[in-house]
Design a protein around this ligand. Structure first.
Ligand code: SF4
Length: 342
């Protein structure tokens, strides 16, 4: 595979991505984490802003988590940002401020798995380390006609063997970028562009017409729905009450309006905790947001008030003024909700 991929990449691969310029281990690491679950086109702007503010592990480690989550707001899968921050702190305390050079040591840091560790070493140092991210899994499963759900242990092991066997002893950085690019642009999940593929001749799935069946799809699990009421308590200057969510769980560490299981519970909170609260009789149009395992239905309930009626205990809270926004992590639907109020 390698010669065909290297030749294809020279003509058709992506050569001008921001993290390909000056590919230090730190820059490759941040890009690889951002690219998990997220398209290149979306990541570019986030990557540039992140690098401007946090050009090295030291700046990232020293920053408040709120600021890291602020620059991650809208990218989703926020545990990635929390792990990045935590790992940067460990790099400073345990590794002398440099990302470890051994892939196995890299893989001990939070959020860095075997494939990410290998990608960091291959792309930043040209080390012969095989990667197996989602794109590569798809290419290999099709090229070698490996059936079975790729999360199954035996299938994983087979794919790792193939990934290692295919990784060449030279030009590893280019090969790694090439196979990732092929998966992202040609051997795509739906309707792969086989006639444009440099691997078409040797591809088992293509030969047997099974490219649409491979890799084997995971059995579908019905997504459950979780319904919540968000209380949008607003003061006359437009500031909205937000509380910081616990670090574990959905939107961990981000700031959201207080959330309740029912309108009655939200109303009771407004009446007992807010000063001069006037709650709208009905919640506004439901907002739906899809997570991997469930769908969240948010009923926004508006209330005007003049602040707290007494001492506030519980999670950290603040009055967030969208006209003078603080650098906090806000989930995209919450950000849109707040903006819809102005
Ligand atoms: S020939 Fe088609 S299925 Fe096979 S690797 Fe290329 S794009 Fe994927």
């Amino acid at each position: 595979m390698a010669p065909a991929l290297l030749a294809w990449h020279a003509r058709h691969g992506r050569h001008d991505l921001p993290w390909q310029r000056n590919p230090t281990p730190y820059r490759v690491w941040v890009s690889e984490i951002m690219l998990q679950q997220t398209q290149v086109a979306t990541v570019i702007g986030y990557f540039d802003r992140f690098m401007q503010r946090f050009p090295d592990p030291a700046t990232l480690a020293a920053a408040p988590l709120d600021e890291v989550l602020h620059l991650w707001s809208g990218l989703g899968y926020y545990s990635r940002a929390r792990n990045l921050h935590r790992a940067a702190q460990l790099v400073m305390t345990d590794h002398g401020g440099e990302l470890p050079a051994a892939a196995a040591t890299l893989a001990t840091l939070p959020g860095i798995g075997r494939s990410t560790a290998a990608a960091i070493r291959a792309l930043s140092a040209g080390e012969c380390a095989a990667i197996l991210d989602g794109n590569v899994r798809r290419v290999l499963a099709r090229y070698f006609a490996v059936a079975g759900v790729t999360s199954q242990r035996a299938v994983q092991e087979r794919l790792w063997e193939l990934a290692e066997a295919c990784t060449p002893g030279h030009d590893v950085a280019v090969y790694t970028q090439a196979i990732m690019d092929l998966g992202a642009t040609i051997c795509v999940r739906r309707r792969p562009l086989c006639p444009a593929c440099p691997l078409e001749q040797g591809c088992s799935a293509r030969r047997s017409g099974r490219q649409h069946e491979l890799p084997t799809a995971r059995p579908r699990v019905a997504r459950r729905t979780r319904s919540v009421v968000m209380l949008l308590a607003r003061q006359a200057d437009g500031s909205v009450l937000l509380e910081r969510r616990a670090e574990r769980g959905v939107w961990g560490g981000l700031w959201c309006p207080p959330q309740f299981p029912s309108i009655e519970a939200a109303r009771l909170f407004a009446e007992t905790r807010l000063a001069a609260a006037e709650v709208e009789p009905q919640s506004r149009t439901i907002i739906r947001h899809a997570f991997t395992h469930f769908q969240l239905e948010i009923s926004p309930l508006l209330a005007s008030c003049t602040g707290w009626s007494g001492v506030m205990d519980g999670p950290p809270v603040l009055w967030y003024n969208p006209a003078k926004p603080e650098r906090l992590g806000l989930p995209a639907p919450v950000s849109a909700l707040i903006q819809s109020l102005s």
